[in-house]
Design a protein around this ligand. Structure first.
Ligand code: CUA
Length: 321
């Protein structure tokens, strides 16, 4: 059951390659599994053979002469491991690493910055004012240079269907190439234990047609509307009057803090709290009214407001497409 649960198709399967880089990694994985299985089965066969031969007649494993055993030890204990391990080392550390290495910046069309936080991902598009969280939008079939760092502890950015992982290390910038063969949504996960909510530090890479991506980026670069109507108008007032605005930015308002995610276009995202819950009005109310129940340990504090106030704030945030 444990093995079968690893096969769930949640868009995060390292063997379901969606880019040339992850294809190379998957091929290497299958070769390593094949070679390791052969070695394992060979060792088992010799163990069983030796057990029967020694038991019945007191003979060596092969033939009638003990000298043959020494040659077997040299062949399978020294020569074969050297050949197998050196070959695997060369394939993995020369061929595959070359394919998955940080890209030359002259070979990429776009640079995106990803910053790890306890426990969410900040995404910036240099040259554009747009900032998003927990969703990296890229154009499909385009080489994208991703620069990763962290605001606090060590995290690791890993989108298994697209490429290898990179560690996000304080004071350093690591780079990885993101490339998607087809438009689609690819799930990623923090791959370095970073505290209580490490398991709830996930992200999506959304690969769009290049034209769709440009429209998305243009929309994300716009400020939020300067007015709101209906319940959203009251929600806007409550958001700006309470501590929400001391941690978050909504461009176009006086909220311009950067402790938590930029919410200028929060309603355009698929999930909240780094893929912990859906981005629906009901889940948003649940999240802002009792964040420590939804994601214990998160920096988001609970506010002392009524349910009607929370629903008004949610109505405002859900209007920020
Ligand atoms: Cu961030 Cu684990």
């Amino acid at each position: 059951m444990l093995v079968a649960s690893g096969c769930a198709d949640n868009g995060q399967n390292a063997l379901h390659a969606q880019s040339p880089q992850s294809h190379d990694i998957a091929v290497l994985w299958w070769w390593m599994l094949g070679v390791a299985s052969l070695v394992f089965l060979g060792a088992c066969a010799m163990l069983v053979l030796g057990w029967f031969r020694r038991r019945s007649k007191g003979l060596p494993v092969v033939g009638e002469n003990e000298d043959v055993n020494k040659r077997l030890v040299v062949a399978f204990g020294i020569a074969a491991p050297i050949v197998v391990l050196v070959t695997l080392f060369l394939v993995a550390n020369v061929a595959v690493i070359k394919a998955t290495a940080a890209p030359k910046t002259s070979s990429t069309k776009l640079t995106i910055q990803v910053i790890g936080h306890d426990w969410w991902w900040e995404v910036r598009y240099p040259g554009h004012i747009a900032r998003t969280a927990n969703e990296i939008h890229i154009p499909a079939r385009t080489r994208v240079n991703v620069e990763g760092t962290t605001d606090d502890v060590i995290h690791s950015l890993w989108v298994p269907e697209l490429n290898r992982k990179i560690d996000l290390i304080p004071g350093r910038v690591n780079r990885v190439l993101l490339y998607a063969d087809h438009p689609g949504t690819y799930r990623g996960q923090c791959a370095e234990f970073c505290g209580l909510q490490h398991a709830h530090m996930s992200l999506y890479v959304v690969a769009d047609d290049p034209a769709t991506f440009q429209r998305w980026l243009a929309n994300q670069s716009k400020p939020a509307p300067s007015t709101a109507s209906g319940p959203a108008a009251r929600g806007r007032q409550l958001f700006l009057a309470n501590t929400c605005s001391s941690c978050h930015t909504i461009r176009g308002t006086k909220a311009n803090a950067d402790v938590g995610p930029d919410l200028t276009h929060v309603a355009s995202r698929m999930t909240l709290a780094a893929l912990t819950i859906d981005n629906s009005p009901a889940d948003l109310v649940r999240w802002i009214s009792d964040p420590q129940h939804v994601k214990p340990g998160a920096k988001m504090p609970a506010l002392d407001l009524s349910q009607a106030d929370f629903r008004a704030i949610a109505a405002y945030l859900e209007s920020l497409k």
